[in-house]
Design a protein around this ligand. Structure first.
Ligand SMILES: NC(=O)C1=CN([C@@H]2O[C@H](COP(=O)(O)OP(=O)(O)OC[C@H]3O[C@@H](n4cnc5c(N)ncnc54)[C@H](OP(=O)(O)O)[C@@H]3O)[C@@H](O)[C@H]2O)C=CC1
Ligand SMILES: CCCCC/C=C\CC(=O)/C=C/C=C/C=C\C(O)CCCC(=O)O
Length: 329
């Protein structure tokens, strides 16, 4: 019998998550039955969605939600032999027994020199989010000007690079100068530190005097309000998330942004990457091609040790990371 370690939500988050909100539990797992496998976590993802989703998807005591790359260490399923790698949404667990039907095989022909952790980042949900937000929601076209905030994050860093691959002018913002240096390395045309500029409005204007055709919104709140007046006519906004609000204990107030929506006939569309999951295999191959051709770079913030899942999650939300945060077991 295998004893699995699992991080559970001891109590719902109030404001910013605290280490004491989590509790590490042990669970003795059954042997896999016909059609089942025993998984051992290799990389686990920590993502912003876990903060808002925990409130409405979880109850206290539940194992934290999340995706991981796992290795099959026992198998009674013909499609998942011992030694193969899969992605699983079994949460913050070190080991798990589940049916093969719950597993997603890692993209076939995974290049030997590409870390499997990228299945949680550039060649996984964040990469797909960036691709779908730009192609399916923004319908971004060559020559357009793109703005992305949280630009050095798992999603934003891929958004900017895909914008460059598509021949656009790309403006990004982030909260440290180290991240700005990274954005420049990735090929962003302009990047600014929203925490240190004297005026967000002026920084946006200086970066793109003629305004923005596409805005990839990761942050929300007052940032959104500052961008609206600088959108170009018939601009498109991919509302990917609003991370500036996830840890609020009291809702942010701000000017009503939607008047700009109406008068400039802006398209602002919330989306969840799962809408295009029917395209995932084809899209993951496209992302992998860009990566192996050197057109797409991936940066990871790797934390070692299953014990450090809460610290990795809190650090990710605090903005400690450049790129995609994963935990290596
Ligand atoms: N709709 C969908 O299907 C999906 C949506 N998302 C959303 O995309 C966004 C980015 O996710 P992801 O790239 O994985 O996150 P990352 O953790 O990789 O990056 C998030 C970054 O957001 C910035 N940030 C955090 N708090 C604030 C704040 N208060 N104000 C401004 N910036 C802040 C930090 O960077 P810095 O402050 O230095 O810029 C942080 O590093 C999130 O809103 C997430 O919810 C992600 C995946 C799928
Ligand atoms: C306070 C308002 C919050 C609004 C937006 C919240 C989150 C956006 C976001 O980050 C969405 C992420 C979606 C991730 C998609 C797929 C998954 O891997 C996990 C989804 C949860 C699950 O079904 O397990």
């Amino acid at each position: 019998m295998v004893v699995s370690l699992a991080w559970t939500l001891r109590q719902h988050f109030q404001g910013f998550p605290k280490p004491s909100d989590f509790q590490l539990k042990k669970e003795t797992l059954p042997e896999p039955e016909d059609g089942e496998v025993l998984l051992e976590a290799v990389f686990l993802s920590v993502d912003p969605y876990m903060r808002p989703y925990s409130r409405n998807m979880m109850k206290e005591g539940d194992v934290m939600i999340g995706e991981q790359v796992a290795k099959v260490i026992k198998s009674r399923h013909p499609s998942f032999p011992v030694g193969c790698h899969v992605t699983s949404k079994c949460g913050w667990r070190s080991h798990w027994v589940c049916a093969g039907a719950e597993l997603i095989p890692v993209l076939p022909d995974w290049p030997q020199d590409v870390s499997l952790s990228l299945a949680l980042g550039a060649i996984g949900m964040p990469g797909l989010t960036a691709l779908y937000g730009l192609e399916e929601v923004c319908g971004i076209k060559e020559g357009e000007t793109l703005l992305v905030n949280a630009a050095a994050g798992a999603v934003g860093s891929i958004v900017g690079q895909i914008g460059k691959i598509k021949g656009c002018t790309v403006v990004g913002c982030a909260g440290t100068d180290a991240k700005l240096a990274y954005l420049k390395e990735l090929g962003f045309d302009r990047a600014f530190n929203y925490k240190t500029v004297t005026s967000l409005e002026d920084a946006l204007k200086e970066a793109a005097p003629n305004g923005y055709d596409c805005y990839f919104e990761n942050v929300g709140g007052h940032f959104s309000s500052a961008v609206m007046p600088q959108m170009r006519e018939f601009g498109r906004i991919a509302v990917c998330g609003s991370i500036s609000m996830y840890n609020d204990t009291t809702p942010q107030t701000g000017p009503y942004v939607h008047s700009h929506m109406v008068f400039k006939q802006l398209k602002m569309e919330g989306f969840l990457c799962g809408r295009w999951k029917h395209k995932n295999q084809e899209s993951l191959r496209r992302l992998m091609s860009w990566l192996t051709e050197g057109k797409l770079k991936s940066c990871e913030h790797v934390t070692s040790g299953f014990d450090n899942m809460p610290a990795a999650f809190i650090g990710m939300l605090k903005g400690d990371n450049i790129g995609k945060a994963v935990v290596k077991v």
